[in-house]
Design a protein around this ligand. Sequence first.
Ligand code: NAP
Length: 248
Amino acid sequence: MFGLDGRVAVVTGGSRGIGRAVAQALARQGAQVVINYAASEAAAGEVAAAIQSAGGRADLARFDVADEAAVEKAFREIRDRYGRTDILVNNAGVAVDGLLLRVREPDLERMLSVNVKGAIWCARAATRTMMRARWGRIITMSSVVGEMGNVGQVAYSAAKAALVGMTKSLAREYASRSITVNAVAPGFIETDMTSSVPAERKDELMRVTPLGRFGTPDDVAAAVAFLASEEAGFITGEVLRVNGGLHM
Ligand code: NAP
């Protein structure tokens, strides 16, 4: 069940954290994985090596998801090498936290460009071959804060909520081609992104998480692998929460 043999999957931001676990999970299910990264070349190489040493297939693609031309070029190269993209995981993201009065234009611009425009450029590039194949999976990383909001995350939560709207619109646009489009909304997951959250805030979050623990990248990766599978073919426009009950 949930096998992905013969599928070509692109995972943006696959060099670290959740993206790394997603790349490994999809490879374990048999997919040829293309690991995208923007800066962490050594880390991305380690992910590819780990997949290959476990008998999986992985390749690297360096591009900034916010750079429209670079995204187009990368997906053309993936098409030339593998024929198509079957599964796109829009995982690359950045978070620059700050109260409203401290929101600065360059940070807001970067957050919207990487988190929102990046997902749209990648979806547009990936759907070109999905349309021809009449099969596809697009899975985008939203967040619990896109639904709940959070003090100090005005811009980040706006971006993550925007991805839910994007997901539902794309789900409607591409349904007739058997391309499903879903979002995953993780709660607090221990990665580099959350490493600087103050201890008191973490304690507070732990108290209000019914399952009584933080999530792991593997918790999120399992949800992504399911949505990528053949068996999830009747699920589209959905937001799958992976948050230990923090928001329900
Ligand atoms: P992370 O550890 O900070 O990793 C971020 C990844 O995104 C890295 O692989 C990074 O690659 C890549 N990336 C950043 N900017 C990029 C760009 N412009 N182009 C291509 N890749 C880029 O973050 P994470 O915690 O794993 O988060 C992954 C996703 O889950 C994000 O969308 C995040 O918003 C979302 N999320 C996380 C949590 C959480 O609690 N951790 C909760 C909800 C949602 P380089 O290092 O190469 O730049």
